[in-house]
Every structure is written in structure tokens, then in C-alpha cells.
Design a protein around this ligand. Sequence first.
Ligand code: FAD
Ligand code: SF4
Length: 558
Amino acid sequence: MTDETELPARDSMEYDVVIVGAGPAGLSAAIRLKQINAEISVVVVEKGSTVGAHILSGAVVDPIGLDRLLPDWREDPERPLKTMVTEDHFLVLGPSGGVTLPNWPLPKLMNNHGNFIGSLGATVRWLGAQAEALGVEIYPGFAATEVLYDDKGAVVGVATGDMGVGRDGKPKPSFTRGMELRGKYVLIAEGARGSLAKQLIARFQLDANRDPQKFGIGIKELWQIDPAKFRSGKVQHSFGWPLGSAASGGSFLYHYDDRLVSVGFVVHLNYTNPTLSPFDEFQRFKTHPMIRDTFEGGKRLAYGARAISSGGWQSVPRLTFPGGALLGCSAGFVNFARIKGSHNAVLSGIQAAEAAAAALAEGRANDELSAYEDGWRDSDIGKDLKKIRNVKPLWSKLGLGIGVPLGGIDMWTNELMGVSLFGTLKHGKADSDTLQPLSAVKPILYPKPDGKISFDKSSSVFLSNTNHEEDQPVHLRLADPAIPIRDNLPTYGEPARLYCPAGVYEVVYDDEKGRTNPRFVINAQNCVHCKTCDVKDPAHNITWTPPEGGGGPNYPDM
Ligand SMILES: Cc1cc2nc3c(=O)[nH]c(=O)nc-3n(C[C@H](O)[C@H](O)[C@H](O)COP(=O)(O)OP(=O)(O)OC[C@H]3O[C@@H](n4cnc5c(N)ncnc54)[C@H](O)[C@@H]3O)c2cc1C
Ligand code: SF4
């Protein structure tokens, strides 16, 4: 590794507001700042090669945020969300059949009528164009790798990563120094488990007196299906099979646009059986007799995965620190019961921007945007998250059969009377601490993929168009390189092999029977930036860091 002091100084640019991440949260903040005052200078950095390249979502979008940000968006012929929800189904699946639940017992907040189905990737590309038209500078292909502080400890900007660094950490002939982007306020909108957000939460103890943040891994495919099976506007969710009692989660399946079906599976990362593979659970789900037919004769177009935050109300950290704030999923604003977070990402962008614009108008800089922190629990975001705060703890503690119906009753009492029978339940352990040793579990065996409806990881990762410069430092950092083989392998069978949806982690041996000289291999170039390893490693040993800007998946409208 080259010592930082041996490198040339970084060039620096000054802005009023620096935003990290061109997702719905970051772009909404940028747009709102310019709407309030066109003179405010705003820059957005995005690690994906283009805006939208790293975005993966369902997505059924509650339009509350877009309606507030851009009230005329429904009139724009270029708008990305054109399919309205027409049918809304909840299935409970068993191994060979299932039941469709009637809609009437479901709380109103679970109703999807009035929402739109589409690609969140396409939506952020459209939001990016709106932001640029207002004068926002957006730089895709640049990862923010470092937070800059002043001598009092306030955040004063971010630095983008150096480009052209070799695997050995030394500059290559193509070396280019990163840039310093300095701002009066820095808004962190990196999505779930942001790498800078994680550092800021730890440094400013933003999670003190909060429950641990909880996560799921969402694995998604995009299909174009047989016209005879396509039902524009159909939304379907399921619980139950293939997950056993050791894990909770469920599927989503949305029909939109030109015969497109977005299908995915979320496994909550508090699962206990280390032989569980979220990827294989998803592949198995598609083979269920009530699901399979949708995909027969169709074509799989794309694949990807992303962590989704699910701790909600109890787990949202303090949002502000001197010089900046956390937005969207970096703050954990997902309504887990509705599997929706994009509306709150937009709303949080608006609220943070309004607090920052007011501070700038008063001549302030690099202090706390307290109005944003003080306002969110009484805002629409808080109201959305508070009503469902007990659904996940009930499900995790009591399982599908008892926990989910109790969660439903709790949502009703919250909706009708604004009260919960349970107060506010706690989430319990962090997701990294829930695995049981191999000796305590029954190994889960998965069927081989058929190559038509179910697939293997390598053909799937191929469809994520993932690409990284190979000659660069491994961006998945192990605090102690010995732990995977010394501790994780004997105790848990090294679960990274299974929870990583991109086959990044392998244990290889000298002999075919897998007995001698096990070694832990990291195929970093396959990484789809889902952040699951950063959440789930039982030894807290893996840290996801941003690779060279522009690397990672190139999702086509996911
Ligand atoms: C499988 C799945 C299904 C979902 N379904 C739905 C749904 O149906 N409806 C719904 O409303 N929500 C859904 N969600 C949640 C929704 O996608 C999120 O709530 C939303 O995307 C959060 O927006 P965000 O702007 O906070 O973060 P993101 O959308 O994650 O955007 C963050 C951006 O920041 C960039 N970035 C991150 N770190 C850096 C860095 N250091 N430097 C530069 N750039 C960086 C990323 O590349 C990305 O472009 C789903 C999520 C998943 C995973
Ligand atoms: S290496 Fe980690 S972040 Fe990358 S795809 Fe695998 S689990 Fe996700």
C-alpha cells in the first residue's frame, strides 16, 4: 500500500451541499434544494457507472413522495411509472399448494391500489434528468470513499476514491487522484448499509439508545413473460414455503409495462440456520406449482440483489451530525410490512433539503440540521413507520403462524385507534449474531436448478452485467484473514459461501473430496454491492468498501 503522504494532494471543489448517492433520496434532496433556491450549488456523486446502474428495487411505488416533490409528474409523457396497480393478492404457500387470503381483513395501509409499478432504476434516471435541468451537478462513476472533517470534528465534505490503484495498493500508470468535494452540508443517501453512513453512525454514536438496524436480502429477477399470462397491474406477495421455521421472509411478483414481471424474494437476515442459501430459496420459490406457470415460456432478462433495511421506527438512528445528515435507506426508512421505502426516501430527501436550505438562508454552515431530526417522527415518514413497528418483532419471535396474524391485528389497532397492544417491541440481536452452529441445525439441501425456471449463481450474475477493474485492491476487507477458515468454517460451514448471492466467497481445497488445505477465496469482481456480507458475517469480520468508481452491477432498469 502507498502511504497517503506520498500521494499528490487532491484537488478540491466547493459547494453549498454535497450529496452522496443518486438514489431516490439523494436526487429528491438535490431537486428540492434547487426548487427552494436556484442559487444553492449542489453536487451528487454516484458510484454506479450511470445513474440507476446500482439501483435494485421491487418496485411498487407509493406516489406520496413524488406528488409532493414534482406535483405534475403524472402529466410527463417521459415519466417512468405508468402502470397502476389493478389487482392485489396475498398468498400463503405450502410445499405443494397454498391459499389466497381475502383482502378485506388486511389493514388499509397494506392496500396497493393507487400505487404504481415500475423500475426504480428508470425512476432515478428520470429524477436525475429533472435535477440536472435545475442545475444540479451529477457525477456518476465516482464513489465517495472518505468523509472529510474539520479540526472541530464537523463533517465538511467527502473525497472520491483514487482511480488506477493496483491489487498491491500501488499506483498504476493510469493512476488518478480522487477529488475533495467540500460543502456546507453533506447529505448521505447511500441506501441500505451505506459504507460512509456506517462510519458516521459509529463515530457520532447515532445509534445510541436505538434497537440494532435489521436487514433482509432481496434477490430479484426481471422477466418478460408469455402475453397470455400477463396481467398488467397485478401485484402478488407470498409468505410460507420454501422458507422453514428457521427463517422469515417472502416473495413479490409485479406485472408492468410491456409483459414485464419483476419477481423477487426477501429473506430476513436474522435467520438462524447457516446452511440456508437465500439465492436457492428464491430459485426454489419459482418452481412452486402456484408460481411456476407465470414463467413457463418466458425469458429471464436481468438478475440482482440488494440488502433492504427493515428495523424501522425502533432502529432509525439519530439523523444528524455536525455538518450533515442521513437520508432514505441510509437512515433505515423502509416500511418493512409494505416492502416499501422509495416513498420515504423521497420524503426524507425533501425534509433534509428543506432543513439545509433554511440553514443556508440563515448563513449557517457545518452545524446540525436539527429541524430534520426533530421533525421526522411527526412527519408522514414517522406516521408510516410507527404503525407497523411491531410487525417484524412479532414475526421474528412468534413465527408465521402466530406472529404474522398478531402483527396484522396490531396494524389494525394502530390504524383505527393509534395504539398498539404491545407498546413498542424490541428487535433483539443484530443480524450478525443470530446463526446457530452447524451442530445445532438440520442442513438444508437444495435441488439442482433446471435452467428454465431456476438457475445457478454464475448464469445469474452474468445477467447483472457486473464488471470491476480486476487489478485493484480487494474491496471486501477482512479484519482478520484467518477467521473464515479457522472459526467460521468449522462452526458454521463458512456461511458467506451461501448468503452471498453472487458467488463471491468460496472455500477451496487441494483434494476433490474437500478435506485438505481449505482456503478462503474472494472473487471480488463478481460483487453486486448488495452489502449482505457486511451485515451477516458472524465474526463481524467483513467490511464492504467502495471499489473503483463505476465498478459493480450495470442493472438494466431494476
Ligand atoms: C428487493 C427489494 C425490493 C424492494 N421493493 C420496493 C418496492 O416495491 N417499493 C418501494 O417503495 N421500495 C422497495 N424497496 C426499497 C427501496 O428500493 C429503497 O427504500 C430505496 O431504494 C431507498 O432509496 P435510497 O435513495 O435511500 O437508496 P438507494 O436506492 O439504495 O440508492 C443509493 C444510491 O447511492 C449510491 N451509493 C451508495 N454508496 C455510495 C458511495 N459511497 N459513493 C457514491 N454513491 C454511492 C448507490 O450506488 C445508489 O445508486 C425494495 C428494496 C429491495 C432491496
Ligand atoms: S460480496 Fe458481499 S456485497 Fe458483494 S455480492 Fe456478495 S454478499 Fe453482496
